[in-house]
Design a protein around this ligand. Structure first.
Ligand SMILES: [Zn+2]
Length: 123
């Protein structure tokens, strides 16, 4: 199933989570229904620090319909880091980075190769 869009309420939540975890990063997995990203899965065992966030892929429950990941960049940079690129390549097709100041334009979506990806926002 191809990811084509994200639910506006979920996008707002991702931006809100960026604010509430500031100055730390957060990282969650994204789930989808019918090609629309509409839920998050916190991953137990996720390690978070101010400049990196890593998922332990073993911890992801079997059968989850993973669309990709979302995480925050408290410094406001919306480009993926080298560590991000390696995470992207092993965990789904759609990877969202939200950055400070976490307003409605403070996010980007990338594919698993780190190329910018267009995502429709559905209200
Ligand atoms: Zn990052």
């Amino acid at each position: 199933m191809l990811v084509r869009a994200i639910d506006k309420e979920l996008l707002d939540l991702l931006l809100e989570m960026g604010k509430s975890s500031f100055p730390d990063e957060y990282l969650v997995m994204l789930g989808m229904e019918k090609g629309v990203i509409n839920m998050t899965y916190p991953i137990p065992g996720t390690s978070v620090s101010s400049d990196s966030a890593n998922i332990f892929m073993d911890m992801i429950p079997l059968g989850m319909r993973i669309a990709g990941t979302a995480h925050s960049h408290p410094n406001g940079c919306l480009l993926p880091s080298d560590a991000d690129l390696s995470t992207f390549s092993e965990s789904g097709q759609c990877h969202i980075i939200v950055g400070s100041p976490f307003d409605e334009t403070s996010w980007r979506c990338y594919d698993r190769n780190g190329n910018p990806k267009t995502l429709e926002v559905i209200t």
